[in-house]
Design a protein around this ligand. Structure first.
Ligand code: PMP
Length: 392
C-alpha cells in the first residue's frame, strides 16, 4: 500500500455543504433552485462587447501582474466616488481572479502558522478553509439571529487573543443579507484598533445594498491602514464566469499579495479586464436596474416566507434571505433534503455557513419572479404539511 501523499490540512478539508444539494438536484427533474449564489442576469451587453473588441484588437497577451493600469485607475476613482475610499492605482490595488483569489492572497500574505483569524458566522463557506490552507486557525464567532446576524463589538472583544492576526467581515452578507451601518462598523473598528488586528473586508455585495449605501469599514479614519478591501465584478455586474475581482490595501500588503500572485497566477484574464473597464465606465445604469429588480424580489420573498410562518428579517442587501425553519422542528439539513425530495425546491441548509446558521435556510432570490412564485407555493405547501402543531 502506498502512503497518502496528501498534506494534513488538505486531508481534513470537507467538501462544501452547498455542493451536495446541487449534485442531488441535478439528478432530479423539475427542480427550482434557490441554492445558487449568482445573478440570473447575463452580463450587460456593452461589457461583453468591450471584451470582444479587446480580442479583435489583439489584446491577447498577459497584462501587468497587478492588472491593467487603466483598470486600476478606474477602480481607484470608482471606489473614491462610490465609497469614499482612497487607494493609489500604482501600488495599492491588485486585480485578481475573482474575489476568491483576493481572499486567498490576503490570508497567505499575512498568516504565519498558528495565527488566529476570527470568522464572523454565518459566513461565506470559503473563509475558514482558506484560513486553514494558509496555515492559520479559523476561530468562529457567531452572530445571532436576535441581532439580525450583526456581530456585537463585545463579542469580538471576547474572542480576540494575542494570537489573533485578522478578522474577516462581510457586509452586505452572504448568507444573511445583513448590512452593517456606520455605527456598527465604528464599534467594530474601535475593538480592532485597540487590539491592533487586521480586517479583511469582503465587500463583493457593496453595490447591492437596498436601503442605505453600503459603507466600507476602510473609510473610517484610522482603518485604511489595517484593512484589506476585497471586492469584484461577479455579483453587482453579473460577471461570475469572468473571474475578476480586486484587493485594495496598505502598500506593503498589496506588494506581498502581488508577489504571490505573480508566481502563482501571472495576472487575471486580459479580456475580462477589458470587460471590467467598460463595466466601471458605463455599467452603473445596468447595476441600478438589476438592483431594483433584486429589491422588488426581496420584498416579495420576505412577505411570502413570513406569511407561511417562516420568520425572516428584511435583509438590507445581497440577494439572499435567511428565514428560520424552527416552525417545522426539523434540522436545517433535514428541511433542505426533504423540501428537495418532496417539493423539488433546492435551498441551502443554514448550518453549512456555521453553527449559528442552524435552524435557518438560505434562499437566493436571484431567479425570475415567476420561478420564485412557484418555488414559494411549493414551500408553503411543504411547511403547512410539516408544521410542528400539525405533527403533534
Ligand atoms: N465573497 C462572497 C461573500 C461571495 O458570496 C462570493 C461568491 N459566492 C465570493 C466572495 C466569491 O466571488 P468571486 O466570484 O469574485 O470569486
Amino acid at each position: 500500500m502506498t502512503r497518502s501523499y496528501l498534506a494534513k490540512n488538505v486531508q481534513s478539508l470537507q467538501p462544501s455543504g452547498i455542493r451536495k444539494f446541487f449534485d442531488l438536484a441535478s439528478k432530479m427533474d423539475n427542480v427550482i433552485s434557490l441554492g445558487v449564489g449568482e445573478p440570473d442576469f447575463v452580463t450587460p451587453w456593452n461589457v461583453i462587447e468591450a471584451s470582444y473588441h479587446s480580442l479583435e484588437q489583439g489584446y491577447t497577451a498577459y497584462t501587468a501582474n497587478a492588472g491593467l493600469l487603466e483598470l486600476r485607475e478606474e477602480i481607484s476613482s470608482y471606489l473614491s466616488k462610490e465609497f469614499s475610499l482612497s487607494y493609489q492605482a500604482d501600488n495599492q490595488i491588485l486585480v485578481t481572479v475573482g474575489a476568491s483569489q483576493a481572499i486567498d492572497l490576503a490570508l497567505r500574505s499575512v498568516l504565519e502558522p498558528g495565527d488566529e483569524v476570527v470568522v464572523v458566522e454565518p459566513s461565506f463557506v470559503s473563509y475558514s478553509p482558506a484560513v486553514t490552507l494558509a496555515g492559520g486557525k479559523a476561530i468562529s464567532l457567531s452572530a445571532s439571529a436576535e441581532n439580525e446576524f450583526k456581530i456585537q463589538a463585545e463579542q469580538l472583544e471576547e474572542v480576540i487573543t494575542t494570537k489573533t492576526k485578522a478578522i474577516v467581515l462581510c457586509s452586505p452578507n452572504n448568507p444573511t443579507g445583513t448590512v452593517l451601518n456606520r455605527k456598527e462598523l465604528e464599534q467594530i473598528a474601535a475593538v480592532v484598533e485597540k487590539h491592533d488586528v487586521l480586517v479583511i473586508s469582503d465587500e463583493i455585495y457593496a453595490e447591492l445594498s437596498f436601503e442605505e449605501k453600503a459603507m466600507s469599514i476602510a473609510s473610517i479614519p484610522g482603518m485604511a491602514e489595517r484593512t484589506i478591501v476585497v471586492s469584484g465584478f461577479s455579483k453587482a455586474f453579473a460577471m461570475t464566469g469572468w473571474r475578476l475581482g480586486y484587493a485594495c490595501g496598505p502598500v506593503e500588503i498589496i506588494d506581498a499579495m502581488t508577489k504571490i500572485h505573480q508566481y502563482t497566477m501571472m495576472c487575471a484574464p486580459t479580456m475580462a479586464q477589458y470587460g471590467a473597464l467598460e463595466a466601471l465606465r458605463n455599467g452603473m445604469e445596468s447595476v441600478e436596474n438589476m438592483k431594483m429588480s433584486y429589491r422588488q424580489r426581496r420584498n416579495y420573498v420576505v412577505n411570502a416566507l413570513n406569511e407561511m410562518g417562516l420568520s425572516c428579517h428584511v435583509p438590507g442587501g445581497a440577494f439572499y434571505v435567511f428565514p428560520s425553519i424552527k416552525e417545522t422542528g426539523m434540522s436545517s439539513e433535514e428541511f433542505a433534503q426533504r423540501l428537495l425530495e418532496e417539493e423539488r425546491v433546492a435551498v441551502v441548509p443554514g448550518h453549512v455557513f456555521g453553527e449559528s446558521g442552524e435552524g435557518y435556510i438560505r434562499c437566493s432570490y436571484a431567479t425570475s419572479i415567476k420561478q420564485l412564485g412557484v418555488a414559494l407555493q411549493r414551500m408553503a405547501r411543504f411547511v403547512e404539511k410539516h408544521r410542528i402543531s400539525d405533527r403533534d
